[in-house]
Write a protein that binds this ligand. Structure first.
Ligand code: SAM
Ligand code: SF4
Length: 437
């Protein structure tokens, strides 16, 4: 690559990053509310359903997702409330084709999860269900219980490197490289799709570490391999520095290029997920369907350019659900132009934008609304147009990774606001959050 191209690329990455940071800082005007904010469906739209299970046995230092220390009683109670919220969502008039269950550790209480998935299938026209879990809940006999219910299981492996696993406190709980391989070998092919989740660009992770992770993952031959760039936000950066150290070298772009090269014979389901067979399952709940309804404590919904945030505190959540009130405690309205950029990003991240469909679905003229952004992306050789489609170039895929990472870490700003609120206010300290451990 020429010096000029390298400079343009560097500038484009910096520019995209600072634009996203600014957009998130200027537009995250969170309005905390006591009003009953109902979620109302638009009959002409389709929605995805996201369900949050906020319980884990351990807390990993890099993870900012909303979660509590697992406790059998409070978890069972939570699932009960969750099912109630699903019924309330049905009564509000929603229907869904697709359900994404995220956490936390969604298989932490299998019986409760089965009851909840069965109810969701009964209430809605759900065609596919994805769940996230850790490597301790994938024993074949356990997974077999979910045949016909779960279509894709995402297993957080993060790394096969024993030293990294020790540093992020996963070695003891989930096992060494050898144990992980063993568990995964038995788990693959029990459900239609197993996605093996890895993280890249840990401080001091070497190119060899990365290549070994990729080789092991490929040899296991799961239906999908996902490689997330390590995301650091204000909520996690200290814990990451304490557990993994601080490195002055950032290999993210170099490593991403290696990943693209290693997976060149795979399908790119989105900028960070690869499969041998083409998948039509929704990968990230923020991708594919731009509007989604989130149920459960701390779940976000994105409806008509508005982010709706469910109660983080489990007592507040329960109280609202039991009294048939909306569990929404805060909202954040995005300007129309920001909403269009967000939808554009999620589509580009998934791989392509059909310009005609985009204009019809969003009632815009994409080329006019995003005139400046499209030209800058083109100038930076991040996108190209072909037969009515806008597609990312190889470099554009990396820009999508940077922007998506920024978007996710931006959401941590929301979580940070409610973190204290989520801690126990009542009920004999049943709910323990990460920093109290
Ligand atoms: C919310 S976790 C749930 C999975 C499960 N509890 C586990 O730990 O195996 C889903 C996935 O998000 C990814 N993830 C979480 N925190 C991340 C971070 N800071 N940077 C990159 N990926 C992250 C991990 O790959 C993780 O497996
Ligand atoms: S990575 Fe998984 S197990 Fe670790 S804290 Fe996050 S949700 Fe829990």
């Amino acid at each position: 690559m020429s010096f000029l191209n390298k400079t343009i690329n560097k500038f484009a990455i910096k520019y995209a990053h600072s634009k996203m940071q600014k957009a998130l800082t200027n537009n995250l005007n969170i309005d905390i509310t006591n009003q009953n904010i109902a979620k109302i469906p638009n009959p002409n739209k389709s929605y995805m359903l996201y369900t949050h299970i906020p319980f884990c046995h351990i807390f990993c230092p890099y993870c900012s997702f909303h979660k509590f220390q697992y406790n059998k009683e409070s978890c069972k109670n939570y699932f009960k409330n969750l099912r109630e919220e699903l019924k309330q969502t049905k009564e509000a008039g929603y229907d869904f084709n697709s359900l994404y269950v995220g956490g936390g550790t969604t298989l932490i209480d299998e019986d409760e999860l089965i009851k909840t998935l069965e109810l969701a299938k009964k209430l809605f026209s759900i065609q596919d269900i994805s769940c996230e879990t850790d490597p301790n809940h994938i024993q074949p006999e356990n997974l077999a219980k979910f045949r016909g219910l779960i279509d894709r299981i995402s297993v957080g492996v993060q790394s096969f490197d024993d030293e990294i696993l020790k540093k992020v406190a996963r070695f003891e709980k989930f096992g060494s490289q050898k144990d992980l391989i063993n568990k995964l070998e038995k788990a693959i092919n029990i459900l239609p799709v197993l996605s093996l989740d890895l993280i890249f660009n840990f401080p001091f992770q070497t190119k060899d570490n990365l290549l070994t992770d990729i080789k092991i993952a490929k040899d296991l031959n799961p239906q999908q391999i996902t490689l997330y760039p390590l995301m650091k936000s204000n909520l996690t950066k200290d814990a990451i520095a304490k557990s993994l150290g601080i490195s002055n070298i950032d290999n993210e772009y170099e490593f991403y290029k290696i990943i693209r090269e290693e997976f060149k014979d795979y399908n790119s389901n989105n900028a960070w997920a690869f499969s041998k067979e083409k998948s039509n399952l929704a990968d990230e709940y923020v991708g594919s369907n731009s509007d989604y309804v989130g149920v459960g404590s701390g779940a976000f919904s994105f409806l008509d350019g508005r982010l709706l945030i469910n109660a983080f505190n489990l007592d507040d959540y329960e109280e609202k659900i039991k009294s048939n009130k909306s569990p929404v405690i805060a909202t954040c309205d995005f300007k129309d132009s920001e909403k269009i950029k967000y939808i554009f990003l999620t589509k580009l991240f998934d791989g392509e934008i059909n310009i005609k469909d985009f204009n019809l679905q969003n009632k815009v003229d994409l080329k006019k609304t995003m005139f400046l952004e499209l030209n800058l992306l083109r100038l930076a050789n991040a996108i190209y147009e072909e037969n009515g489609f806008i597609r990312p170039t190889e470099f554009g895929r990396y820009i999508c990774v940077v922007l998506m990472k920024d978007f996710y870490t931006g959401m941590d700003k929301v979580r940070a606001i409610f973190k204290n609120d989520a801690k126990i206010k009542s009920r004999k300290k049943l709910y323990v959050m990460s920093e109290e451990i």
